[in-house]
Design a binder for this molecule. Structure first.
Ligand code: AP5
Length: 220
């Protein structure tokens, strides 16, 4: 399947969870700007340190460095026939940059599933989230618990709580989303690419709805 998919939605709605499942089902690479920043942080790069100073406060990392990082990732051969973008674009400037980048590969954003859920659901999901140290696999203490507490089912590494999952930072992230990212909903709706998905459903149900949305793009 050749397709560029942008998963849009607030923090904690399940973009990363669904992107990983869709990547397995479609064979497309999962490109997460948040994971790329966390990888830089783990490797103690200058970009990692810069990103951390914004991420820990729940603010967005500046557009120029974010766009350059994602451009580099999308230029790799595994993204030639598509990608599942998670967390990018997050501002109108990033959306326009993505359009230009893809046009260089004679491609475009094909579909934008917009996953939404009420704020209480987002806060509860983020406060119970546990993330794997080695590869960023995601669990939830109640909704998606690992077989063994504190240990990743996939690679056995330690599960930790992200620094930006503290309640006051989560509230700020949701506010930043409303101010800076929510305008992309109408941007993609006007382009006829938006598909609304109810993210308050169980994980499997959200996946079914997403797969149905992708099938419709393939057959149109
Ligand atoms: P990022 O890492 O992108 O965080 P986010 O968008 O805030 O998204 P999350 O990873 O928090 O949530 P998610 O929707 O992926 O939910 P998940 O699947 O984990 O960004 C972090 C920071 O990096 C930003 O604040 C910013 O500073 C910076 N950044 C990143 N991209 C940037 C950009 N483009 N520009 C500028 N700055 C950028 O699920 C959450 C929990 O819920 C999990 O525990 C999961 O198990 C559980 N769960 C998932 N689905 C369900 C379900 N259906 N039912 C029950 N539980 C569920």
């Amino acid at each position: 399947m050749a397709m560029y998919i942008v998963l849009l939605g607030p923090p904690g709605v399940g973009k990363g969870t669904q992107a990983k499942i869709l990547a397995q089902k479609t064979g497309l690479p999962h490109v997460s700007s948040g994971d790329l920043f966390r990888e830089h942080l783990k490797n103690q790069t200058d970009l990692g340190r810069l990103a951390q100073s914004y991420m820990s406060k729940g603010e967005l990392v500046p557009d120029d460095v974010t766009i350059a990082m994602v451009r580099d990732r999308l230029s790799r051969p595994d993204c030639e026939s598509g990608a599942i973008l998670d967390g990018f674009p997050r501002t109108p400037v990033q959306a326009e940059a993505l359009e230009k980048m893809l046009a260089e590969f004679s491609a475009q954003v094909d579909v934008v599933p917009y996953i939404s859920a009420p704020d209480e659901v987002l806060v509860e999901r983020l406060s119970g989230r546990r993330t794997c140290r080695a590869q960023g696999h995601v669990f939830h203490v109640r909704y998606n618990p690992p077989a063994k507490e504190g240990v990743c089912d996939y690679d056995g590494s330690e599960l930790y709580q992200r620094e930006d999952d503290r309640e006051e930072t989560v509230r700020r992230r949701i506010q930043v989303y409303r101010e800076q990212t929510a305008p992309l909903v109408s941007y993609y709706r006007e382009q006829g690419k938006l598909v609304e998905i109810n993210g308050a459903q169980p994980i499997e149900q959200v996946t079914q709805d997403l797969l149905r949305a992708l099938e419709q793009v393939e057959t149109s």
